[in-house]
Design a protein around this ligand. Structure first.
Ligand code: ZN
Length: 151
């Protein structure tokens, strides 16, 4: 592309929404995929609380873990329950079920491939569900983290 050339114009077409307004906002409120700032910040809070040190956030490595511990070779992924198909409450919209379940399946397959990629390179993969970050689940999460970080 020459310096003066503009990028091609992108046509934005209005797609009819498959959801009514109410359902749409319910769905969107559950959309929490990876890289979600609030879940990452919450996990940092927890790391600090348990004095877990040595993490790096958004370290540029293939597979994009949310955090890595380079010394321990631990890759941490925070998975949004909706997108990554956690078997917890409110992650199965009734409308468009086939579409969402196909999408979740793709994400899960991808997650699995990424996990295998890391473990094959000698890394430990720690996946944390979004719902595990809730205050009421702190005890369980502490147990899980304890297993990886010998708390
Ligand atoms: Zn969940």
């Amino acid at each position: 592309m020459s310096r003066n050339e503009l990028p091609p114009k992108i046509e934005v077409t209005q797609m009819p929404d498959v959801y009514d307004k109410q359902t749409r906002s319910a769905v969107m409120s559950k959309v929490r995929s990876r890289g979600n700032k609030s879940t990452e910040l919450r996990l940092i809070e927890i790391f600090n609380e348990y004095k877990i040190k040595g993490w790096r956030r958004n370290y540029p490595v293939k597979g994009h873990p949310d955090f890595v511990f380079l010394e321990k070779r631990v890759a941490v992924f925070v998975d949004g329950c909706f997108w990554h198909g956690h078997n917890c409450r409110n992650t199965r919209p009734k409308q468009n079920e086939e579409y969402w379940s196909a999408k979740r399946k793709r994400n899960q397959d991808h997650d699995k491939a990424v996990t295998e990629e890391f473990t094959s390179r000698g890394w430990i993969v720690l996946r944390i569900w979004e719902c595990e970050l809730k205050k009421k689940n702190t005890a369980l999460l502490r147990e899980k983290l304890g297993y990886f970080f010998s708390l």
